[in-house]
Design a protein around this ligand. Structure first.
Ligand SMILES: Cc1ncc(C[n+]2csc(CCOP(=O)(O)OP(=O)(O)O)c2C)c(N)n1
Ligand SMILES: CC(=O)[C@@H](O)[C@H](O)COP(=O)(O)O
Ligand SMILES: [Mg+2]
Length: 637
């Protein structure tokens, strides 16, 4: 089946092949990608579009002496397969398996870790400068997609690279797609086909214009025909990159392996910064993915024959879906509501909003910092902007939250999707720091819903709170609870008590509230009665509710799907230290280390964030075998 592929265990094996064999290998790799990703799920379309490019790079350069850096790294499956991980590839993005992104600790061929976008050129330039200082001739190649090029840091790096004039090769993999269709003036400019209708239209317009100039028109027309090439030269995408000090080569056909090899061999010999503009097709070679590359950007296990995703049992609607629906509902009543995404309309659930209110929807590209300051600017004009960005990607815009939103007390709503453990994407994508990095900012309010019904109420609360406010919610489905028809704002800083018990208090936030309630039921079997509080707010805490419960039971266990360092539990500790000495506290949450990939359920179980783990922690905390330690006030030291 994979006759050639099974002989490739390193780039050295690849270099032994004649070029005609490489074409066969490319077909085998595409088949292998379909076979494995249809089982594991993953980033299919980007990888199908990068097969020839990856083979050409590893054929012409010498990894690991030469460094090949993959931007985001979601398109590096072929790179992994031909650098010794073919047999392990079926474990990619699985619990205890290999990562779905390049990872330095995983292979010497993974020159730089990735997962977040637009970092490859900066890292590559750093390596190129280092090679210069060490007087090493190693080559550095940064492979960046057209979507990732909309990230500002990429231009910060291009700017410096052109200035330093070090040996750096940037390969722009242009498939005119981000996750969805790529956006922005840059994307239009770099992907414009000058031999296409645009150029012909321009030429016709110019000729018509010149012909109408009396007398001298004829001569100028002759001159203009001569100037045509320079016009073409002026208008090609290369203009931009050459202005930044790069030698521009392209556009190059990204699936023509012999041409790619020839070009990369020539590029290898060049000095200074070079940008190779490669045109590819996202999803190449698999018709369902070519037709809908956005649907096959990140895909679950699917049937290769039909292209249909193998759906799990029909579950409750996702938090993302409820967020998107509620945004449309609220926007129907209020023209001031604005929706902003950073290149993830589908992932954040804003596609229905974009369809319903296109003039109030903004996809800014992979530009989270710009997204937040853009939102802040709109807020100064009386609008109610909602920036929907994954928790982990807001980390890139921390200063914008502080400097542009909180310091100016601007009413921007941060809708942090994928907050908590996200699962297969692993440590680069777990949204487990937002409670810590937001709650210490003055003027910021932070809340998290216990279920999808509370989410819709909290979204209305946030939008009409007239303050900087963050609402964080997890990846995946809700609980299938009944959804209230009318939305009520929740009083800021007010939590709710869900169960009464004298032995201990479980204070939970967001996705840990239902597990805490289930844990309280499990504890009853051990004769332990727990009070359960849904805190709702990390900032401001419902101090009266928490202090009253702490005073009654004498001990508190906090639960959060966030880093314990500086998170929700820390906030409760601070409250008790200031106002209620002598209360025993135990925190459950994400410890001070990075959490690898795995299913959300598995990772929550590992960290005792599920009902059984919370109950076990509570029983241990209370000394489960020491019956004298149960009953009211059992916690008192
Ligand atoms: C900072 C950041 N924001 C958003 C994302 C989510 N994301 C992952 S891949 C991607 C699109 C990348 O497009 P492109 O670079 O063109 O690669 P392609 O998938 O087209 O090969 C986005 C928005 C991310 N990984 N990092
Ligand atoms: C590579 C990347 O950053 C995105 O594709 C991300 O994997 C999407 O995550 P979701 O699948 O949770 O939308
Ligand atoms: Mg792209």
């Amino acid at each position: 089946m994979y006759t050639l592929l099974n002989t490739i265990n390193s780039p050295a094996d690849l270099k032994k092949l004649k070029q005609d064999k490489l074409l066969i290998l490319a077909d085998e790799i595409r088949e292998f990608l379909l076979e494995t990703v249809s089982k594991t799920g993953g980033h299919l379309a980007s990888n199908l579009g990068c097969v020839e490019l990856t083979l050409a790079l590893h054929y012409c350069f010498n990894s690991p002496d030469d460094s090949i850096i993959w931007d985001v790294g979601h398109q590096a499956y072929t790179h992994k397969i031909i650098t010794g991980r073919r047999d392990k590839f079926i474990t990619q993005r699985q619990y205890h398996g290999i990562s779905g992104f390049p990872k330095r600790s995983e292979s010497m061929h993974d020159a730089f870790g990735a997962g977040h976008s637009s970092t490859s050129i900066s890292a590559g330039l750093g390596m190129a400068v280092a090679h210069g200082l060490k007087e090493e001739a190693s080559k550095v190649i940064a492979v960046i997609g057209d979507g990732s090029l909309t990230g500002g840091i990429a231009f910060e790096a291009l700017n410096q690279a052109g200035h330093l004039h070090k040996n750096l090769i940037v390969v722009l993999n242009d498939n005119e797609m981000s996750i969805s269709k790529n956006v922005g003036a840059l994307s239009t400019f770099i992907s414009r086909k000058l031999t296409g209708s645009y150029y012909r239209g321009l030429k016709k317009e110019m000729q018509g214009l010149l012909k109408n100039i009396p007398a001298i028109g004829g001569n100028i027309l002759h001159f203009a025909r001569k100037a045509e090439n320079s016009l073409k030269g002026f208008l090609t995408p290369g203009t931009l990159f050459e202005a930044l000090g790069f030698e521009y080569i392209g556009p190059v056909q990204g699936h023509d392996l012999p041409q790619l090899i020839e070009i990369m061999q020539n590029v290898r010999a060049l000095e200074g910064p070079v940008l190779v503009h490669v045109m590819t097709t996202k999803g190449k070679g698999y018709q369902p993915a070519e037709k809908t590359p956005d649907k096959f950007h990140g895909v679950g296990p699917f049937d290769v024959k039909t292209g249909k995703v193998i759906a799990g049992k029909p579950g409750a609607q996702s938090y993302t879906g409820i967020f998107g629906e509620t945004m449309v509902k609220l926007a129907a009543e209020d023209k001031k509501i604005i929706a902003i995404t950073a290149a993830m309309p589908d992932g954040t659930g804003l596609t229905p909003f974009a369809k319903a209110y296109p003039d109030r929807f903004f996809d800014v590209g992979i530009a989270e910092q710009h997204a937040l300051t853009f939102a802040a600017g709109m807020a100064t004009e009386g609008f109610r902007p909602v920036a929907a960005i994954y928790s982990t990607f807001v980390q890139r815009a921390y200063d914008q939250v502080f400097h542009d939103i909180c310091l100016q007390k601007l009413p921007v709503t941060l809708a942090l999707d994928r907050a908590g453990l996200v699962g297969d994407d692993g440590p680069t994508h777990h949204g487990v720091f937002d409670l810590s990095y937001l709650r210490h900012l003055p003027e910021m309010t932070v809340m998290a819903p216990k279920d999808e019904n509370e989410l819709q109420h909290m979204l209305k609360t946030a939008i009409y709170s007239d303050r900087p406010i963050a609402l964080r919610y997890p990846r995946g489905a809700g609980y299938g609870v009944a959804m209230d028809e009318s939305l009520q704002a929740i009083p800021i800083g007010v939590g709710e008590q869900l169960a009464e018990g004298g032995d201990l208090t479980l204070v939970a936030i967001g996705s840990t509230v239902y597990p805490a309630m289930e844990a309280a039921e499990l504890l009853k079997e051990k004769g332990i009665r727990a009070t359960v509080i849904n805190a709702r707010f990390v900032k401001p805490l419902d101090r009266n509710l928490i202090l009253a419960a702490a005073g009654r039971t004498g001990c508190i266990i906090t639960v959060e799907e966030n880093a314990m360092q500086g998170g929700f539990g820390s906030a409760v500790l601070e409250l008790l230290a200031d106002e209620a000495a002598g209360i025993r506290v135990k925190r459950i949450g994400v410890p001070d280390r990075y959490i690898e990939q795995g299913s959300q359920a598995q990772l929550r179980q590992d960290l005792r964030l599920d009902a059984a783990g919370i109950a076990q922690t509570a029983a241990e905390f209370l000394g489960k075998n020491d019956s004298s330690r149960t009953g009211p006030g059992a916690c008192r030291t």
